[in-house]
Design a protein around this ligand. Structure first.
Ligand code: GRF
Length: 214
């Protein structure tokens, strides 16, 4: 695994995407796991894989502003090549996002721009979508509005429920997120002038795996 392209992963809960990012490190190295929740089950992966963890709990700071200022300072001191949000369930303030502009990515469980925000599987079913899936995108100051990088989709069957869709989409997330981060780390995907650009290698690899690029 590359020692050069370093990543901090932000989580709030279970951490299954974190687990997939850890297990698929090829071109990048995860240097730290950060959580806003001391009880996040995903933090246990830090001990398992010998990756440092750090928690920024709401109770530790007098204001949300102070909390994010501390997180920003901490992350800047680590100089990560990329920060990956993986089920980080908080809106990150604009000044943090601007400090890491082009170095902050997220995975969202819908085919954006469809269904930003929460309860995406329920909403895909309620809308009668024939396809559903997940998106990796750069983070901007909106909610799930940043430049899309990659998507993986699946058919919605008449028998699907929110739970069955969640299971199908999560399995796609576990493939799409590490693939995308490995491609970014290899220099095959980059943000340039607000637009995502791809190498031929990235396009070929995505096509062979059934991932959509933009
Ligand atoms: C995933 O569905 C991700 O797309 C969303 O939050 C969920 C996190 O799951 N942002 P996990 O903690 O990675 O298991």
């Amino acid at each position: 695994m590359s020692r050069d392209f370093t990543i901090i992963v932000f989580i709030s809960g279970r951490g299954s995407n974190l687990g997939s990012l850890i297990r698929n490190q090829a071109n990048y190295r995860i240097i730290e796991i950060i959580s806003d929740q001391a009880e996040a089950p995903g933090l246990a992966l830090g001990a398992e894989f010998d990756i440092p963890t750090k928690v920024f709990p709401a109770t530790g700071f007098s204001t949300s502003k102070a909390r994010y200022a501390a997180m920003k300072e901490h992350c800047a001191s680590r100089s990560p090549s990329l920060i990956c949000l993986a089920g980080f369930m908080r809106i990150i303030p604009a000044d943090f996002i601007e400090a890491f502009n082009g170095r902050l990515v997220n995975i969202h469980p819908s085919l954006l721009p469809l269904h930003p925000g929460l309860n995406t599987h329920e909403r895909a079913l309620a809308a009668g979508d024939s396809e559903h899936g997940c998106t990796v995108h750069f983070v901007d100051t909106g909610v799930d509005t940043g430049a899309r990088i990659s998507q993986a989709g699946c058919a919605v069957e008449t028998s699907d429920t929110p739970d069955s869709l969640a299971g199908k989409v999560l399995a796609l997330e576990h493939k799409l997120y590490p693939w995308t981060v490995n491609q970014i780390a290899a220099g095959n995907i980059a943000l340039s002038g607000g637009k995502v650009i791809y190498s031929d290698d990235a396009r070929f690899s995505a096509a062979s795996l059934g991932f959509k690029l933009f």
